[in-house]
Design a protein around this ligand. Structure first.
Ligand code: MF3
Ligand code: CO
Length: 272
């Protein structure tokens, strides 16, 4: 803390301590995990219906309403609506859009598109967050390969989650899997801790070195979310302040699961 015009050495020391403090990780109890599992199930149910509804001609606003109605059926609240002013339940990102596409009644899906659905829910004060990317009708070979590589990179990341391991093991699993296949991982957006808040410590990048970063302990809950581009990893944010696109216009895909570190390994919380 500083006072205008007069820095005391005690103030500076205090400031340095705050900056250097290790991030606080909120490890969850079995009871808290139960709530997160319920929130995760609601998101999984909505994503399943969205996948079936991703056909040519449907508007992204209609898909947002579908997402809202499935959450409501499950007694869940939307976690994204109103978060930092986000105006919808669902993020719908098409083709070169990476994440945070805003539903719009004038925006429709077309044959050959790839579309990502990302959504979060809250039940009893605990969050779930998950995303999938799906083809609309028949898509190009490159697009299909991008979807497969991104999905598999999330699986590789989940396989790297175990107590006593490190956050960097997860990051590195995504990066090495993706880059070995000639694609790139987005740097400017990352996964995150999750629980009573949609975004908690620690950040979960999709790039990094094994054996580095936060140690993984049972009860740690994180959202792992690889964002993979066919071209370069640079992205830009559109003028609406939300939609993120690839800088080079190449296709992008996104998959996400909320997972818990357990005594034995890992539990995916966003499953049906
Ligand atoms: N899954 C994304 C995330 O975890 C979506 C959040 S965007 C917002 O960061 F809509 F909630 F703002
Ligand atoms: Co997330």
């Amino acid at each position: 803390m500083t006072r205008a015009g007069s820095f005391s050495s005690a103030d500076v020391a205090q400031e340095a301590k705050i900056i250097k403090r290790k991030p606080v990780l909120e490890l969850k109890t079995p009871d808290e995990l139960k709530k997160m599992r319920r929130a995760g199930k609601a998101v999984a149910a909505a994503l399943k219906e969205l996948e079936a509804a991703a056909v040519p001609g449907v508007s992204t606003a209609e898909l947002d309403r579908l997402a809202a109605s499935v959450l409501e059926k499950h007694g869940a609240l939307p976690a994204f609506l109103g978060y930092c002013g986000y105006p919808a339940v669902l993020c719908v990102s098409i083709n070169q859009e990476v994440v945070h596409g805003i539903p719009d009644k004038k925006r429709k899906l077309h044959e050959g598109d790839i579309v990502s659905f990302d959504m979060g829910s809250v039940i009893d004060g605990y969050c779930g967050d998950s995303a999938i990317t799906v083809p609309v009708g028949k898509v190009s070979k490159e697009a299909a390969e991008l979807l497969q590589v991104t999905r598999q990179s999330l699986e590789a990341a989940i396989a790297a989650v175990k107590p006593g391991g490190f956050l960097g093991d997860i990051s590195s699993a995504v990066q090495t899997f993706v880059e070995a296949r000639g694609m790139s991982v987005v740097r400017d957006f990352v996964g995150h801790g999750i629980g009573r808040h949609l975004h908690e410590e620690p950040p979960v990048p999709n790039y990094g070195r094994p054996g580095t970063g936060v140690k993984l302990s049972p009860g740690l809950t994180i959202a792992i979310e690889p964002m993979v581009n066919l071209g370069g990893y640079d992205v830009k944010v559109l003028d609406n302040g939300w939609t993120v696109e690839t800088a080079d216009g190449s296709l992008s895909a996104h998959f996400e699961h909320t997972v818990a570190v357990t005594e034995k390994g890992c539990e995916v919380l966003t499953l049906l």
